[in-house]
Structures are given as C-alpha cells and as structure tokens.
Design a protein around this ligand. Structure first.
Ligand code: COA
Length: 161
C-alpha cells in the first residue's frame, strides 16, 4: 500500500493546496495531510482550526486524512509508514527552497523520497499569506480558498481586525 504525506502549515488551506491534494489522491492509496510547525511562522489559525478547515475542504475524498505532528517531518513519515513526501512547486524560488529541504530530509532519513508536483498555473500566485492579507483588507478572496471554508476564514479575520 502506497502512503504519501502532504505537509504544510495550512494557515489556512488554499485552492492551490487542494489542487495538489486531489492530484496526489489519484497517485497514492492514502494521502496524509500533515499539519506541521514551521518554526519561522506564527500562525493565525490554531492547529484545531487548521485541521477543521482542511477536513471541510476534502469531504469528497475517501483516501485522504488530516493529522497534526509536532516534530520532524521525516519522523512523522516514518511513524505513518509513508514512503513519499509531496511538495507543490509554484515558482523557481519555491524550487530553490524545497530542493534544500528535500536534501536535508534525505540526510535525516534516506528512505523517504520527496516528490515535487507542479502547481496548476491558475494557483501559482496563491499563498496562505496572500489570502490573509486580502481578507484583512476587505478584498474578495473567494477564488483563493475552497468554497466550504470561505465564511470561516472571513469570520476569523473579521474577529481579529
Ligand atoms: N498552492 C498555494 N500555496 C501554496 C502551495 C500551493 N500548491 N504550496 C505551498 N503554498 C504556500 C503555503 O500556503 C505557504 O504560504 P505562506 O508562506 O504564506 O504561509 C508557502 O507557500 C510556503 O509553503 P511551504 O513551503 O509548504 O511551507 P509551510 O510553512 O506551509 O510548511 C513545513 C513547511 C511545515 C512542511 C516544514 O516547515 C516542516 O516540515 N516542518 C516540520 C519540521 C521539519 O521537519 N523541518 C525540516 C527540517 S529542519
């Protein structure tokens, strides 16, 4: 059975993430969406909120689940018997950063492969930060996040204003 991990902060999940999740689900028996910590970031949404938003966005997908892990990505992958980590690539700068991460993760655990998936061009300009910025300035971000979570994101940002 092939198991892949799709890791990220998902603060919040976007249409770009969902595109990678859907395509990954066609390639692997099971895809585990892993909400992990990026020590360089201070998330707006709590872990539970981020998990809930992802779950709401993937109700039609039967071979994927969401989990949280507070540690190294490679340790989580090993714990879940996953053989691959999927990363979406939007730009050349993504590649430079992700190449370094892939090498680092390979050094930490040589059995875990990083697979890069090119982001759909329609979503190449999206990031979680862009969503939060547009939302906080009252702009229309309905094309950027799954429709099931639009209202949750809008309300959270409205509360924080
Ligand atoms: N479509 C749209 N946006 C995308 C995207 C896609 N396909 N892929 C990534 N993005 C966005 C993300 O939303 C994020 O936006 P933001 O910077 O505004 O928050 C940005 O691109 C960067 O994404 P990513 O590179 O996946 O970073 P991340 O912070 O979401 O996740 C972790 C990084 C959590 C996977 C990484 O820090 C990690 O593995 N942490 C665990 C500890 C560890 O093992 N560290 C490595 C060894 S030191």
């Amino acid at each position: 059975m092939s198991i892949a991990i799709y890791p990220g902060s998902f603060d919040p999940v976007t249409c770009g993430h969902l595109d990678i999740i859907r395509r990954s689900c066609k390639l692997f028996d099971t895809v585990i969406i892993a909400v992990l910590n990026n020590s360089a970031k201070n998330p707006l949404f709590s872990v539970d909120e981020r998990i809930e938003l992802i779950k709401k966005s993937i109700t039609d997908l039967t071979n994927c689940k969401v989990m949280y892990f507070d540690g190294l990505l490679v340790d989580f992958a090993k714990q879940q018997s996953a053989t691959a980590v999927i990363k979406g690539l939007r730009t050349i700068s993504d590649f430079e950063y992700e190449y370094q991460m892939a090498q680092l993760n390979k050094k930490l655990n040589a059995n875990i492969e990083t697979l890069f998936m090119v982001t759909n061009a329609n979503y190449s300009y999206i990031s979680s930060s862009v969503v939060k910025e547009i939302a906080s300035l009252g702009g229309d971000f309905s094309d950027l996040v799954p429709k099931e979570i639009y209202e949750d994101v809008r309300q959270k940002i409205e509360k924080g204003r």
